[in-house]
Design a protein around this ligand. Structure first.
Ligand code: FES
Ligand SMILES: [Fe+2]
Length: 386
């Protein structure tokens, strides 16, 4: 993050007064509990947010070599992105044009793919989606007149980030998708990072509860009293909107020590958990000495799959240094899994049972207010998708 930006954000912290009150949103708001529990509402989110996307598909460094790929389902739609021989990316519907079998496991990633070979009857496709062969068919398809190449999807890659449009043919303008966050995100030089490890897990809660848990620091004092509270501030985060995306910076409790220095020596990086929410399904987090990403896949109104990945700034030279980053991921998964997500599953059960008419988002939780406002605007048709 550019130094001026770090100073700019720190100035807001310095001027925010007791309990960082100056970082608050102008007012609190409420949101209907149905936003998390109503299947009809969930269908609308899939149709208006996830289908048109663009959805975050990971970092460029996840797909370094020709033949590296990532497959996932978005609203059930099987998609695969694969690095081409010329270094570009191809995105395809991960369904064989014969009778629909997935060409690679629909929730997987890997390397060294030379071609797509269907597991059903062995039709093969080039990595650019062109049908190469229909073996063992003894001419049984010679009279087929339709184009049997894989169905393409728009894909774009910039600033080390990959986006795919699951449905529709409009090309993707990454700058427009990021809504201004590109100035920050490009400064992190994401292309220089090394992927260490990922972990995929499923949870019984609505996908938005994932973002809610990361949105505010207010819960740290209580829910994370033993794990995070001794180190992190629990009053408010630094919030900034970027179109429908947002920046939420969680602060370390000792951030005020920085203000004893001259302003041109200020640095936010050692004190901040710098989180960029890429609505609807991604999060990129700068964490002092590494990067984390999250990809969120809604499976049902109350079921969500999450993939967390950790990246190191330089390739780890030894097993010990690699283990340091693996431990970071394990700690992240432990705290979120045992403390945040376990509670979110309880919340979801109550919402599913109709326990509450609405949620309340406080002025001290500004990212929550923005996130839900933006989602609600898309669903109301006020805001077209990017
Ligand atoms: S479904 Fe793929 S070859 Fe038949
Ligand atoms: Fe938390």
């Amino acid at each position: 993050m550019r130094h001026e930006r770090q100073v700019e954000l720190l100035k807001r912290v310095a001027a925010s007064g007791d309990h960082l009150k100056g970082l608050h949103a102008p007012r609190s708001t409420t949101n209907a509990a149905a936003a998390y529990a109503d299947p009809a509402r969930f269908d609308l989110e899939r149709k208006l947010l996830f289908r048109p996307g663009p959805v975050f598909f990971g970092l460029s460094v996840d797909l370094l070599e020709p033949g590296s790929y990532r497959a996932m389902r978005v609203d059930g739609l099987p998609l695969v992105v694969v690095r081409q021989a010329d270094g570009s990316l191809g995105a395809f519907v991960n369904a064989c044009r014969h009778r629909g079998a997935p060409l690679v496991d629909p929730s997987s990633n890997g390397n060294g793919l030379k071609a797509f070979r269907c597991p059903y009857h062995a039709w093969t496709y080039e990595l650019n989606g062109e049908l190469r062969a229909r073996p063992f068919a003894a001419g049984g398809f010679d009279d087929v007149s339709i184009n049997c190449n894989l169905l393409r999807r728009p894909v774009a890659e910039r600033y080390g980030l990959i986006f795919v449009r699951p449905e529709g043919d409009a090309s993707i303008d990454v700058d427009q998708v990021l809504g201004g966050a590109q100035d920050d995100l490009s400064s992190f030089a994401l292309n220089t990072y090394t992927h260490i490890e990922s972990s995929t897990n499923e949870w019984n809660f609505n996908w938005k509860l994932f973002f809610d848990t990361f949105s505010e620091s207010y819960h740290i004092r209580t829910l994370h009293s033993k794990t995070l509270a001794p180190t992190f501030n629990s009053d408010c985060v630094v919030f900034e909107p970027f179109g429908r995306n947002l920046l939420s910076v969680g602060l370390r409790a000792n951030v005020h020590e920085e203000f004893a220095k001259p302003e041109d020596e200020w640095s936010l990086l050692p004190y901040g958990t710098i989180q960029y929410f890429l609505v609807p399904n991604g999060m990129v987090v700068y964490q002092v000495d590494h990067i984390e990403t999250w990809i969120v896949e809604p499976l049902a109104v109350n079921r969500t799959r999450t993939t967390a990945s950790v990246y190191s700034p330089t390739p780890p030279a030894t097993e010990k240094s690699r283990n340091y980053f693996v431990k970071n991921l394990e700690l992240l998964l432990h705290v979120t899994g045992v403390e945040d997500f376990a509670l979110m599953q309880q919340v979801q059960q109550s919402l599913d049972a109709g326990a509450l008419p609405e949620f309340v988002y406080g002025a001290n939780e500004p990212p929550l207010i923005h996130f839900h406002e933006q989602v609600n605007r898309v669903l109301a048709g006020v805001e077209p998708s990017a």
